[in-house]
Design a protein around this ligand. Sequence first.
Ligand SMILES: Nc1ncnc2c1ncn2[C@@H]1O[C@H](COP(=O)(O)OP(=O)(O)OP(=O)(O)O)[C@@H](O)[C@H]1O
Length: 255
Amino acid sequence: MISVAVERRLGAFTLDVAFEGPGDGVTALFGPSGAGKSATLAAIAGSGAVTRGRIVLGERVLTDTATGVFVRPPARRIGWVFQDARLFPHLKVEGNLRYGLKRAPLPHRIAFDHVVDVLDIGHLLARGVADLSGGERQRVALGRALLSQPDLLLLDEPLAALDGERKAEILAYIQRLKADFRLPMLYVTHDADEVRSVADHVVLLEAGRVVAAGGVEIAPGGRRAATIVGRDGDGVLLRVAGDVAAGERVDLRVE
Ligand SMILES: Nc1ncnc2c1ncn2[C@@H]1O[C@H](COP(=O)(O)OP(=O)(O)OP(=O)(O)O)[C@@H](O)[C@H]1O
């Protein structure tokens, strides 16, 4: 379980969000550009200062401004995957994967061979990262993040730099990670298709606030048919039945 209630000031922008995500599965942070999704991830990872708030991951309090708790980012046990994989260019694929593993506290519950197998990257281990396709790069980035033995994985638009076919491929890998590693993931996106494909829970952000949150339903027959969820933002992605007041919690359907 992750529990987040934070306020941040970023120039003229105020982020003031509160939500909870389950201890397993994918929680999508969904909303238009500028809603505050990345600013929320940065607060959770401890790389963005918060004015006020409390962040709890499982049993561990990571940030609590009321009591002065602030766990340093490397001690948070949070893996972070960005849209551009940000692999270390001077290391081979294997070096990238082992980087976090070497620094992670023992015991290691996520094994090197298991990650390599689930992500199908065994044949890439000796390659330089410049020789990887975009999809391969993201698989290695996912592997590196997992091998740091995180208690939470942050995925910040992990498909944004990929074409349609590669997007589907990486989504399938993320599904496998969900099934194999049973780790909470916070998945930032403004793409409703990605929410539909991978999310179990959705938090809808608009203008720095949570406007709706809830579980994604799976329609009879197993098709992930959940549709929104929220209200009409720019009229692009979101459509809601009825008005949703700021902060109101609703059951979300993605159609
Ligand atoms: N360091 C900063 N100084 C001033 N404003 C900032 C700073 N960082 C972010 N912002 C502003 O905060 C708002 C939220 O940004 P954020 O990147 O969290 O949005 P987002 O929902 O992740 O958007 P996108 O989908 O485009 O990445 C934006 O208006 C952005 O311009």
